[in-house]
Design a protein around this ligand. Structure first.
Ligand code: FSO
Ligand code: SF4
Length: 559
């Protein structure tokens, strides 16, 4: 076995990638990611203990979130970047340690250095790639072969939830919306995964606490997005092209898009969204830019063909990045926590300034216009405010039976053929069923014409996976309006598609909100042990998807 990773839905044989990631992650990057996550537990040791002594480091706190984000599937494949993050982690941990120990000695008037765990103190003999690689191999998921399977599973479930939580929190912080309790929880929970005294019950408690924090992070991000860019409005987005060179913006970071739109005004360059950036077309703040053309292509995994035919410059602001083809590497740029070896990286903004996208703009000017893939428009912008503005109509339609049921089909898209299931479900749902969606899962059906129910479209697209808060908000408002006591009495079925770790925090958030009977597919996570699956089935009635026919029949009778 040259590596072990099972954090995403594409884990080889649905058990784990052991030779090379199906996503393209090589063993050296897997080892560095393992080492980095381990060191974040070391920062957490000092972060949690430091807080008890009145010591804290905002820099280390945010670093933990950003570094977790960097280890999310399809974000960063650059070993050099991970080596730098490892070095930074050690430096931040040791600075925090020095402060915490000094405070401890003052307060306890005694040296405070007894029995420190290795994770709190380890420093490499050198930062040579081989040294870091070797250590990374010793501290990964399978480091302790004797660890109880359920405990390992719960620890990893928690860590993957934290990765998603870290991503949402970081997005909110980029827009200067803060809640330091989220950063403190990341550390508390990371440290808990090193505590051998914690049994399954305590870990399940932390997993649900992560779900609670997930709700707060998504609320904060929703507030950040909508207070900065306005509430998304129902919008028909152009999916064709215009003459002239273009820049294609992918990923989820709205601030990057905003600054790029500013910097390309009047340059003759058109801006297009790709994948999860599609929902940006619904924000009032972006609609004012004449050169913001629309969306190009589909979900993340089509990028190798679509980036090729786009022909212009391409900017990846977050995951999902797929190993690039030679035909466009000279037009590709990364920023934020994304990275690929030898692909130009746009550094972070300095305080009070924008990121400098001039290299992307200069490259776009040398390129031809994009090749059209399709024509027409797709409807987006049904986030919480838009849906609530027609709440009376929606409630009346539910009460008079015009809308029989909502089906939440949010989450991610992915390469597996079995994901055709979601297209077929969407096509075959009865005409009185409405799909609520968010995330890139929608690309499996968002170009179908499913019509509307009294003017309410049968696909209500709330936005990115980052906008999943809208779906929870709509459900809670409906529960109130319909006078129900239990969220599970709503006429809503859940048929969620997952791929990476942001979907895990959304799932945990739903569990925390008390949602039961969630269908999860296309496969159950490889990191869930049979014992943990049992707990999820018993307490939440989580179900794997089955066949289109069987699941449709169940949905139609209210399950
Ligand atoms: Fe998709 Fe990728 Fe948004 Fe994920 S682009 S799969 S859950 O990283 O982020 O929905
Ligand atoms: Fe495999 Fe997914 Fe891990 Fe990539 S992120 S190595 S595909 S489990």
């Amino acid at each position: 076995m040259s590596m072990f990773c099972y954090q995403c839905q594409e884990a080889a044989k649905n058990t784990g990638c052991t030779v090379q990631g199906v996503c393209g992650k090589p063993p050296e990057v897997a080892h560095l990611q393992d080492l980095l996550v381990w060191l974040l537990k070391g920062i957490s040791f000092w972060g949690v203990n430091g807080r008890k002594l009145g010591v804290s480091s905002p820099e280390a706190d945010l670093f933990v979130a950003k570094a977790l984000f960097a280890t999310i599937t399809n974000a960063n494949f650059d070993p050099e970047r991970f080596s730098q993050l490892v070095a930074e982690a050690i430096q931040l941990r040791d600075a925090l340690r020095a402060e915490a120990q000094a405070a401890c000695e003052v307060q306890h008037k005694t040296p405070c250095s007894a029995d420190l765990p290795e994770v709190a103190t380890w420093v490499p003999k050198s930062y040579a790639a081989q040294t870091l690689d070797f250590k990374g191999q010793l501290v990964g998921v399978l480091a302790d072969p004797d660890l109880d399977a359920d405990i390992r599973s719960l620890r990893e479930l928690l860590i993957y939830g934290l990765k998603g939580l870290a991503a949402y929190t970081d997005h909110a912080y980029v827009l200067e919306h803060y809640n330091d309790a989220l950063l403190a929880f990341l550390q508390e929970a990371l440290l808990a995964t090193t505590d051998d005294t914690l049994g399954a019950e305590a870990l399940v408690g932390l997993v649900l606490k992560a779900g609670e924090m997930g709700v707060e992070a998504m609320r904060l991000l929703d507030e950040a997005n909508t207070s900065t860019y306005g509430h998304p409005e129902p919008t028909q987005v152009n999916i064709g092209v215009r003459p002239g060179p273009g820049i294609l913006v992918s990923g989820h970071d709205l601030r990057d898009l905003e600054e790029l739109l500013e910097q390309t005004q009047g340059t003759g360059i058109n801006i297009y969204t790709h994948g999860e950036m599609l929902p940006a077309n619904a924000y009032p703040a972006f609609k004012k830019y004449d050169h913001f053309v629309g969306n190009y292509g589909g979900s993340w995994w089509h990028q190798r063909e679509e980036f090729e035919s786009f022909g212009g410059a391409i900017l990846l602001t977050t995951n999902c990045l797929v190993p690039p083809k030679d035909s466009y590497t000279d037009r590709l740029f990364t920023t934020g926590m994304v990275g690929w070896p030898d692909i130009p990286y746009i550094p972070d903004r300095e305080a009070g300034k924008q990121k400098d996208f001039s290299a992307v703009i200069a490259r776009a000017k040398e390129c031809d216009a994009p090749e059209a893939l399709e024509e027409g428009t797709i409807p987006i912008g049904f986030a919480r405010n838009a849906v609530m503005s027609v709440a009376d109509k929606v409630i009346a339609a539910v009460q008079d039976g015009a809308i029989k049921r909502f089906v939440v089909m949010a989450g991610c898209d992915g390469r597996h053929k079995s994901r055709n299931y979601y297209t077929e479900i969407a096509e075959q749902l009865p005409a009185d069923h409405v799909i609520l969606t968010a995330g890139c899962a929608k690309y499996r059906y968002n170009k179908l014409d499913l019509g509307d129910i009294g003017g309410i479209p049968r696909i209500l697209d709330a936005g990115q996976c980052n906008d999943s808060y809208s779906l929870a908000y709509i459900a809670l408002q409906l529960k109130e309006a319909l006078g129900l006591d239990d969220i599970n009495d709503l006429p809503i079925s859940y048929d969620i598609a997952w791929y990476e770790q942001k979907a895990i925090i959304v799932l945990l958030a739903l569990l925390y909100l008390g949602v039961k009977h969630i269908r999860l597919g296309p496969t159950l996570p490889a990191f869930l042990s049979p014992g943990v699956v049992d707990v999820l089935v018993k307490n939440f009635d989580i179900m794997p998807i089955t066949t289109v026919e069987e699941d449709l029949a169940a949905i139609m009778v209210g399950k």
